[in-house]
Design a protein around this ligand. Structure first.
Ligand code: DGL
Length: 276
């Protein structure tokens, strides 16, 4: 008889991925690439969307309440807060409230942007909430002191991305207007790196590239977040997903209780998520 290892590796991790709306799908997609074996519950707080305009105390209370009701049902091995607006505020609260569960946040990728920039002019495209946070200012002070950092808070881009995902409508002039403040020219130098610091924005990356006044590097932190999730799962005793692992069916939950239209149902299905 062969002796069993004391701690056999675990399989099929459960993950809870959370955002105010559809933006977190940009993170969920990368996680699914890294962990096709994961059972993902995608939670979208669309009844309160957009988070970018909420007062800090209201947002903390809202996310705490949602986690209180959804963590017991999803039984996640890791929770991913796939929202910069929430992560830059609520992570310490959630870690204190659920000390046994690892939380992975999504915060502006200012460090890699400062490392990649050759001109020293970088921009952070986020929601008004994220650009106003002490946390974001702290990242600039710690990692980009040698750069000129333009913080741009858009109050409409997340909604534009939601409409685009559900109805395919996109007004180029609206998008061009919202990204324009990111492009700075100063003493013969130009912005060369822009951080996508709202998870909704990678949904519009094709339009951003097409409408940019000059080419820049756009930084999407989703692949780095997926690597972090995988690392935490390994630490918690999960075997790596085999390359040919079949995707586990996950589910999407919308706090509004709505039924997604055909286009959104298709987007969810592409990401292995069953519509509610
Ligand atoms: N997707 C969210 C973020 O990363 C927020 C969009 C919103 O609800 O305002 O910041």
């Amino acid at each position: 008889m062969t002796a069993q290892p004391a701690n056999p590796l675990k399989h099929t991790p459960s993950l809870l991925v959370f955002d105010s709306g559809l933006g977190g799908l940009t993170v969920q997609r990368e996680i699914l690439r890294a962990r096709p074996d994961a059972r993902i519950t995608y939670l979208a707080d669309d009844s309160v969307f957009p988070y970018g305009r909420l007062a800090a105390d209201v947002l903390v209370a809202r996310v705490n309440a949602l986690m209180d009701s959804h963590i017991p049902a999803a039984q996640p091995d890791v929770v991913v807060i796939a929202c910069n607006t929430a992560s830059t505020l609520v992570l310490p609260h959630l870690r204190a409230r659920f000390p046994d569960i690892p939380f992975v946040g999504t915060v502006p990728a200012i460090k890699p942007a400062a490392e990649h920039s050759r001109t020293g002019l970088i921009s952070v495209l986020a929601t008004p909430g994220t650009v106003a946070r002490d946390y974001t200012r702290g990242l600039v002070d710690s990692f980009a002191n040698h750069c000129r950092v333009q913080l741009v808070g858009s109050s409409s881009l997340a909604s534009i991305a939601e409409t685009f995902m559900q109805h395919g409508d996109l007004d180029d002039a609206d998008v061009a207007r919202e990204i324009a403040p990111c492009f700075v020219e100063e003493n013969g130098r130009r912005t060369d790196v822009i951080v996508l610091a709202c998870t909704h924005y990678p949904l519009l990356i094709d339009a951003f590239k097409r409408l940019a006044p000059w080419p820049v590097e756009w930084i999407d932190p989703a692949p780095a977040i997926a690597r972090r999730v995988n690392h935490l799962l390994r630490e918690r005793g999960f075997a790596d997903a085999m390359p040919d692992t079949a995707t586990q069916p996950g589910k999407a939950i919308f706090t509004s209780g709505r039924t997604p239209n055909a286009a959104l149902t298709h987007v969810l299905a592409e990401r292995g998520l069953l519509a509610p």
